[in-house]
Ligand binder design. Sequence first.
Ligand SMILES: CC(=O)SCCNC(=O)CCNC(=O)[C@H](O)C(C)(C)COP(=O)(O)OP(=O)(O)OC[C@H]1O[C@@H](n2cnc3c(N)ncnc32)[C@H](O)[C@@H]1OP(=O)(O)O
Ligand SMILES: CC(C)C(=O)C(=O)O
Length: 518
Amino acid sequence: MSSNRIYFFDTTLRDGEQSPGVSLNIKEKLEIARQLTRLGVDVIEAGFPIASPGDFAAVQAIAREIRGATIAALARANQLDIDRAWEAIREAEEPRIHTFIATSDIHLQYKLQKSREEVLAQAVEAVKYACRYTPNVEFSAEDAFRSDIDYLAQVVTAVIDAGAKVVNIPDTVGYATPEEFGAFIRELREKVPNRDQAIFSVHCHNDLGLAVANSLAAILAGAQQVECTINGIGERAGNAALEEIVMALYTRRSIFQKEFRIVTEEIYRTSRLVSALTGMKVQPNKAVVGKNAFAHESGIHQDGVLKNRATYEIMNPELIGLHKNTIVLGKHSGRHAFRDRLQQLGYQLEGEQLEQAFQRFKELADRKGEISDEDLLVIVEGEILRVPETYTLEYFHISSGSAVVPTATVVLTRAGERLEEAACGDGPVDAIYKAIDKLTGNTGCLVHYALNAVTGGKDALGEVTVRLKDEKGKIFVGRGLSTDVLEASARAYVDALNKLEYERALGLVNGEQVRESV
Ligand SMILES: CC(=O)SCCNC(=O)CCNC(=O)[C@H](O)C(C)(C)COP(=O)(O)OP(=O)(O)OC[C@H]1O[C@@H](n2cnc3c(N)ncnc32)[C@H](O)[C@@H]1OP(=O)(O)O
Ligand SMILES: CC(C)C(=O)C(=O)O
């Protein structure tokens, strides 16, 4: 283990999925795990297997398929959680059990209702128990930063003695400031006599917008692993954003002098994929991956960049995988040019997937003319993420205006059967959704609807993201893309329903039996 090496522990699929309104199915989780592997993360925290049969199945599928990264599963400090975590990850190339318990007095008193002695004993017991399955055990002291540092040091020393190979020090509620957190990690390390027998890790939340700054301060203070998520998604205000930590380490390498194995050129693609699948848009001014991160709007800046990029750019956009392209793709382009551009964008589509994406590209090019890389990415992501279609949108007709009740007629096919219904609504989208509900018998409710223009101009593609909540509260994200926003809205809704049907078919909705194959 090089002392200069920083290990990236990605928890997009666990803490990231704890973002309100986010729910990923197995196919989506696998797709993200594959991309995280290409990105070069050291550890993928695939989920919390005890949480639900769906979580268990997703962690197991990732453990079975992914090679080249450690696969971690979260478990509370008890035998049932640890057994379940191990069962899910046992087939991984490099499995890791990640067990945790809180160490702050506020958590002990109110949440766990246990004394310090009891929690210390439970932490040690859990680590010893997990070590019966694998030597690769990580222990997290939840709410570590608000814990008494001498007690925390006692717990950390004891779990290392019990066999933990990684000890994680979270700022669970994002309370720390960088100077404080750096000093905290430094002091803690000094107070732990067996510190050299484990990797020290940090896990920072972003409640005060300081998660990345705190993670970097911890690295300077001796932390060797950082836990983070793509686009910084996660519980409440989110986690430290992986892409920001990586680019800070790279761009300011004279300060940090750290090595890591992240392939920076995969950052942009990973960010897009996670945003597309979770339905969580990246804000335009977000560092590194925001739409405006490399855009220069004002004259003085443009003049400077034209003369020398370094005047206003501290990072080369190509470093994160953002390429400018001069070849125009449009309705006269063929499969070779299409496939070639996809390869440049990092997608290797073959066979049926390539054909479907190509057909979709042609349909859009017919309506839109020039297709940009942004448009292409949306098409490809849609294709990769497509679940088997229970319902296919064939046709819809809208009657709407300022003085009429909006009415929609929708035609879907289900297993070759043509289904037709009409409904009125508060607006045209509402009317379409009511007609689809009648056709499919959907009783879930729409909890989120967002319309986003993929590129600029009046022929911009409209991308609609919806979140549909079923009777048990499970969320299904659907996406639709079209130059016509009503069509994009209809497609997004049908996509969400198809995902719901897909999970039902797998037996993962409402805690039913889990089927073996995914
Ligand atoms: C900081 C973090 O991000 S931690 C991870 C948070 N993630 C999640 O919670 C994922 C989703 N969670 C779930 O699906 C559920 O909460 C489950 C399945 C894990 C547990 O569900 P339930 O058994 O119904 O318990 P519930 O969530 O209501 O309460 C948590 C219980 O775990 C206990 N607990 C909390 N943390 C720990 C821990 N690290 N070790 C042991 N016990 C713990 C609590 O004290 C409480 O116990 P009690 O029932 O004796 O009061
Ligand atoms: C379980 C731990 C690592 C966590 O998510 C936190 O403390 O925020």
